[in-house]
Every structure is written in structure tokens, then in C-alpha cells.
Design a binder for this molecule. Structure first.
Ligand code: DGP
Length: 113
């Protein structure tokens, strides 16, 4: 666990959140500032600051994030209509929390970008 990381605290159960899924590798919970009817964050339990810090050994873990997103999309009944998966990286990517996270967005028609 990395000191002062909000998402590490959520993984450790030290921050209140709407926990939707957790296993040994990943945790999923609702975004505190939703921009769509379904807005879920799926994060690795281990602190990885961003995709820039992900190592080749983390490829299976990154794939698992997508697998859990798909599972949650089905549970939220948005799989058939479709959804968007987003990972923001760094300042220009709009990343605010520096613990890698996958946004699952859906429940309405999303316009580009
Ligand atoms: P990003 O811009 O990709 O770093 O998105 C960070 C997201 O994290 C943003 O949509 C709001 C969400 N967020 C920030 N702090 C908290 C928190 O304490 N709890 C929850 N559930 N979400 C948070």
C-alpha cells in the first residue's frame, strides 16, 4: 500500500465506497463523480501509478481489469447496448488519481471523444 493513495485505502477497506467487486488482483467501486448512469472504476489492488509504470509482467493483470469490466457491464445490464472503457494517463490524459484505474462508462449514449 502506498502512503496517501486514496485508491490504496479503498482496496484496504480504509475508505468508505460502494464496493462492487474484489478479488486477489483487482477491486471495483462506483466513481464518486459519475459522468454516466453507470460509472465504475476497476483498479489493480497493487499500487501502479499509471500505465507508464505498468511492467510487461502486468499484462495479465491489465487484461483482468478488462475482464472484470465486462462482467460488471453484464451485471449492470449495459453490456448489450454497449459501454466505454477509458484509462487516463498523465496530465494531458486527464489523470487525477495516480493509481491506475479503468473507467467503465455506460447507461446512456456517449458522444466522442
Ligand atoms: P482520472 O481523471 O482518470 O484520474 O479519474 C479519477 C476518478 O476518481 C474521478 O472520476 C473521480 C474518482 N474519485 C476520486 N476520488 C475518489 C474517491 O475517494 N472515491 C471514489 N469512489 N471515486 C473517487
Amino acid at each position: 500500500m502506498t502512503q496517501n493513495c486514496i485508491f490504496c485505502k479503498i482496496v484496504a477497506g480504509e475508505m468508505p465506497t460502494t464496493l462492487l467487486y474484489q478479488d486477489e488482483q483487482v477491486t471495483a467501486f462506483r466513481d464518486i463523480h459519475p459522468v454516466a448512469p453507470t460509472h465504475i472504476l476497476i483498479i489493480p489492488n497493487r499500487h501502479i501509478a499509471s500505465t507508464n509504470e505498468a511492467a510487461p509482467e502486468d499484462e495479465a493483470l491489465l487484461g483482468h481489469l478488462i475482464g472484470v469490466a465486462r462482467l460488471l457491464a453484464e451485471r449492470e445490464n449495459i453490456a448489450a447496448n454497449g459501454y466505454r472503457l477509458v484509462i487516463n494517463t498523465g496530465a494531458d490524459g486527464g489523470q487525477v488519481v495516480f493509481h491506475l484505474h479503468l473507467h467503465l462508462l455506460g447507461g446512456r449514449k456517449l458522444v466522442h471523444p
